[in-house]
Design a binder for this molecule. Sequence first.
Ligand SMILES: N[C@@H](CCOP(=O)(O)O)C(=O)O
Length: 496
Amino acid sequence: MNYNSTRDSHRTASAAEAIATGISREGGLFVPERFPQLTQERLLQLSKLSYIERAKDILGEYLTDFTEEELYRCVSGAYAGKFDDESVTNLARLGDNAYLLELWHGPTCAFKDMALQLLPHLLTTSAKKVVDGKEIVILVATSGDTGKAALEGFKDIPGTRMLVFYPEQGVSPMQKLQMTTQEGGNVAVCGIRGNFDDAQTAVKRIFTDQALAGRLEQSGRMFSSANSINWGRLAPQIVYYISAYCDLLADEEIALGDPINICVPTGNFGNILAAYYAKRMGLPVAKLICASNENNVLTEFIETGVYNRNRPFHTTISPSMDILISSNLERLLYALADNDDAQVRALMDSLSAEGSYTLPAPMLERLRDEFAAGCCDDGATRAAIRATFDTYSYLCDPHTAVAVKVYQDYAARTGDATKTVIASTANPFKFSHSVLEALGEPAEGLAEFELVERLAACTGCEIPAGLASLKGRVPRFSDVCDREGILDYVVEQLGL
Ligand SMILES: N[C@@H](CCOP(=O)(O)O)C(=O)O
């Protein structure tokens, strides 16, 4: 299986090359040249396997330049003993037709662990194949969850170095504590005076700066990415949607071939794109429901075909989705345009020049066939946390609550009673202040761990070990730079 760049479809890469480099030289994203197909018998077989076996099987279709033994080592290294239990994910029922797919049972309590426990194995295996001996310098832009999961995955991994940039005023206190207390001799964390889009744009610019890449190469190093622009981040996310379908099958919640809907809270469009790719592989999926917070650029796009980032940026209680430039949308555009790279280049040029673009009618029609969308503000998010807890005794984090609300609005609006998997993306204790407020509990003026303990006391939910262990920890990293200073920070840190 080879991969093509969304901005130059003649540029091909093996899986190992796509993963080691992270992004194509001209700024395009790598996409598989075709989608392997899952038959119904295959889904049935997969439903009898463990998560690790399912992951090995599905990823084997994409990572064809990895040996069976390499794949098994990567997948078991990522998932065996690293998650709360060997099922890795959990499905919790929410009413008659919905299930929350809990993806946050890994070490950093967010869905990003599902891919970022695996990426270090995939990346070091890939590097040995295609760029042996080079140190991989991984630059990460985060709005809260990717940063910590990437740091945890890559800490002290030989041959790698990592610099993480996060919006200093745009993540939850727990997310900040998780990142700034990170251990590991190969990592550094820097806050920026700006938002996630500023960090992501600066990092992407660095990845495509050929002069800088040359200087880095002279010192035996190369850049890569641990964001979902890297194929090695996205492929593992496809697995959990297929696995969720298999779990529903094994639990006899659905019959083989029954379509499901998938609803995903998303900002950078990676998590929902993985569900779309699962559908392209033949997973029976009816609608993909895209859930956004007040930064509703994706909702408007799916409803109208106009992508317009020229709008106020909102700092919300679901900060990991505070994004106006959704990187992975580019991969969807490539698919909707039938792999026409010129079309993608034109849309992306318009996005960088004007901050907006409009889909041609045939692409919009295909988009709306596949996707539905909705959004909600912080007030509705809080109300959804409260209502979900009161009605189902289920405590969800603000990002998951956005998806629950959007799904419920969708179901009420359309009458669609198809069984729906809602991606539950983070543990609520990462956002204790907002969750307590939503429950109507006093939260003002309390320190972070007072909030955590109060939330545990009033809900009976367990504080995850990965967060409890941060109590009393002193931050290691306090660097902050302007958004314009990210390049200089990288140059200085790397001694270029
Ligand atoms: N929500 C993300 C933003 C980056 O997304 P990614 O999937 O491209 O890594 C975060 O938590 O940082």
